[in-house]
Design a protein around this ligand. Structure first.
Ligand SMILES: O=c1cc[nH]c(=O)[nH]1
Length: 216
């Protein structure tokens, strides 16, 4: 199931416009905060589908039966670009556990790239909702690698994928690989460049959040 958040939240449109705009996106704090805000809206929407249970709590005057999230999700992301979006999801689902994957694109002499994953740490996801935040869902290759490894940590009850901007091709790749996944995206762009960048997109989300990396 695919949900395009900007279709229902005009504010998400505002934030994505700022993420894309070369006159605004160099303001790193605003860039990170806009990513975070998209994560917050996605978490809010995801929360509507989380199982709830009834518990009793004590107020200073009496007890009351209330509802709470029955099983806390595990929120994961891919370092480093995913951190601001991840922080946004965690701002709202603040009792969740968290996992991290480190992955990078290794370019060869012809500028083709393969995904290298060299770090993964995650609590058990057995019987819990799994949320994976990846700000730019481009080819879907790094996401598929990450999810494959995360699923060695148990069988989740729900699989949610959150992206600020996705390419149509990336969404189709994920839908094929994980038909059960609920995909939440800020916006969808039609094109991918030969180097796997979303276009018009916004550029390099990691560099815009944290500074231009040295190419090695
Ligand atoms: O367009 C893209 C694709 C992947 N990662 C980015 O930061 N931007």
């Amino acid at each position: 199931m695919l949900t395009i958040l900007s279709e229902n939240f005009s504010l998400v449109n505002e934030w994505i416009n700022e993420l894309r705009n070369v006159d605004v996106q160099h303001d790193r704090m605003r860039f990170r905060r806009n990513m975070e805000r998209i994560g917050e809206i996605a978490a809010f929407e995801i929360s509507k589908g989380l199982e709830q249970r009834e518990v009793e709590i004590q107020t200073p005057l009496d007890t009351i039966k209330v509802k709470e999230i029955a099983v806390q999700p595990v929120i994961t992301t891919i370092l480093r670009a995913g951190v601001p979006l991840f922080e946004g999801i965690l701002n709202y689902l603040d009792r969740a556990d968290c996992g991290f994957v480190a992955a990078y694109r290794k370019h060869d002499a012809n500028d083709y790239f393969s995904i290298k994953q060299d770090y993964l740490t995650c609590p058990s996801i057995e019987g819990r909702p799994l949320i994976v935040g990846d700000p730019m869902l481009a080819t879907g290759a790094s996401l598929i690698e990450a999810i494959k490894d995360l699923l060695t940590h148990g069988k989740p009850t729900q699989l949610h994928i959150v992206a600020a901007i996705a390419s149509r091709q990336g969404v189709e790749t994920i839908e094929k690989a994980y038909p059960e996944a609920k995909i939440w995206v800020g916006a969808i762009d039609d094109e991918l460049t030969s180097k796997g960048y979303i276009t018009p997109g916004l550029g390099d989300a990691g560099d815009l959040s944290y500074g231009e990396k040295l190419q090695r």
